[in-house]
Design a binder for this molecule. Structure first.
Ligand code: AMP
Length: 425
């Protein structure tokens, strides 16, 4: 047996049933909020991620799967989706037709992190982005959409953390003041943070080392440096969330792991997952489209960790598998042929139906029907074939009726709809 590469995994039933449920809920909700799907490549030129995520970030410094393609060009498996969506927005000049675009995408991302529960090297994200709207209402709308998804998926025990990272006008003032603070305590910082204190001080707030967190406790806060525009923007986002009854916590240390964020940054954290407590994160990135060679375009987005979401929901032990509506128990060669034709016709008509292709006893066929959780069994034996009437048995109530061979799909649909109506009544 060839083992898996470290940090990657297979998702199969019943987990894949749950994943489908999550995907359907997300897509239905996003469509209601006016988002369209965008499909982006799994690999891109390395330069795209270096430039957008930032050279001095963990992702670019340590975690990217980068390789030389056969023609020598450097390619990278995408570590996140925003950079690619912004690239697509620019390369197809989407802004020319309508600068306001709302996209979502769902798929795998790749980061070479140390694998543990909730952290994988191939993981999945549900990603949503709004381009062309600078209003704080766009930020609030996105957060409302994210919280609604959490509610629909019945994710409990989460906290929404929110912060403003300022803009390119006011953040340098914070950076200077923070840098001066860091110089004084430099000896107490981890090696990585000592380096970043100079090159990218904001990243120090993101360090997972608890000593770095402790010694920066009394550091200057970014909120004290926000310009009027950033302040008003942040206040409107917070006010709107309050008005829509969304609970949140202002967290002045929340900076997120990527360089491109401006103004609003947010994260949804949970106490259900141990160390890997972030299930979603996002924020505004007004400078990214321009940085990548497009027109000056404001944007805001989020990414949900699909694997972590699924892990939380899986602990509720709900089975999301779609069970067959009908199992056809056919006794003998001729009956199997008839059953096959019925099954094909029913499948085509959208009724989940299974049968067994080999000759087995009725007892073993009924066992099979029970195992796959079929709600109803249709029995076709030689007698039924002769009479041209099959036996339809409700597995719950054990009620049995006969159904005629002519137009079985219509007959079966009538029985099923009567059962549904009876249940409703
Ligand atoms: P980020 O793109 O770093 O802002 O991450 C957004 C979300 O993706 C996080 O909140 C996590 O839920 C999820 N995530 C990030 N990295 C991983 C990983 N290595 N394994 C599983 N989920 C991840």
């Amino acid at each position: 047996m060839i083992p898996l590469i470290r940090g990657v995994r297979d998702i199969f039933p019943p987990d894949s049933d749950l994943w489908r449920h999550i995907k359907n809920e997300a897509e239905n909700l996003f469509q209601d909020f006016g988002f369209s799907e965008i499909l982006i490549p799994i690999m891109e030129k390395t330069e795209l991620f270096k430039r957008s995520i930032g050279e001095q970030t963990d992702i670019v410094e340590k975690e990217m799967y980068t390789f030389a393609d056969r023609d020598g060009e450097s390619a990278t498996l995408r570590p996140e989706a925003t950079a690619s969506i912004a690239r697509a927005y620019i390369s197809h000049k989407m802004y020319a037709e309508d600068p306001i675009r709302k996209f979502y995408t769902i798929g795998p991302m790749f980061r070479r992190e140390r694998p543990q529960k909730g952290r994988y090297r191939q993981f999945y994200q549900i990603d949503a982005e709004i381009f062309g709207q600078s209003s704080p209402y766009a930020d609030a709308r996105l957060i409302i959409m994210l919280k609604t998804l959490m509610d629909r998926l019945q994710i409990k025990g989460t906290t929404l953390h929110i912060n403003s990272l300022g803009c390119f006008k006011c953040r340098p003032d914070f950076n200077n003041s923070f840098k001066n603070f860091l110089i004084k305590i430099s000896d107490n910082l981890c090696q990585n943070c000592q380096k970043r204190a100079n090159t990218n001080p904001l990243r120090v707030l993101d360090c997972k080392n608890k000593f770095c967190a402790e010694v920066t406790k009394n550091a200057p806060k970014i909120s004290e440096f926000l310009c009027q525009e950033c302040k008003e923007h942040f206040e409107t986002v917070c006010e709107t969330l309050k008005d829509t009854n969304i609970e949140f916590q202002i967290n002045s240390r929340l900076v997120r792991g990527l360089d491109y964020y401006t103004k609003t940054a947010f994260e949804i954290q949970t106490d259900a997952l141990g160390a890997q407590n972030a299930i979603a994160g996002g924020g505004r990135y007004d400078g990214l489209v321009k940085l990548l060679g497009g027109p000056d375009t404001p944007a805001v987005g989020f990414a949900i960790g699909f694997d972590r979401l699924a892990e939380i929901i899986a602990s509720n032990n709900i089975n999301y598998a779609q069970k067959p509506e009908i199992f056809i128990a056919a006794l003998g060669k001729k009956c199997i042929k008839e059953a096959f034709l019925w099954m094909s016709a029913l499948n085509t008509a959208g009724i989940k139906t299974e049968t067994e292709f080999s000759e087995k006893s009725l007892k073993s066929l009924m066992r099979r029907a029970g195992k796959i959780g079929a709600s109803n069994v249709i029995i076709i034996g030689d007698q039924e074939l002769e009479k041209k009437e099959a036996l339809f048995r409700d597995m719950n109530t054990k009620e049995q009726i006969e159904i005629k061979f002519d137009n079985p799909v219509k007959n079966i649909m009538e029985i099923l709809s009567k059962k549904i109506n009876r249940k409703k009544g």
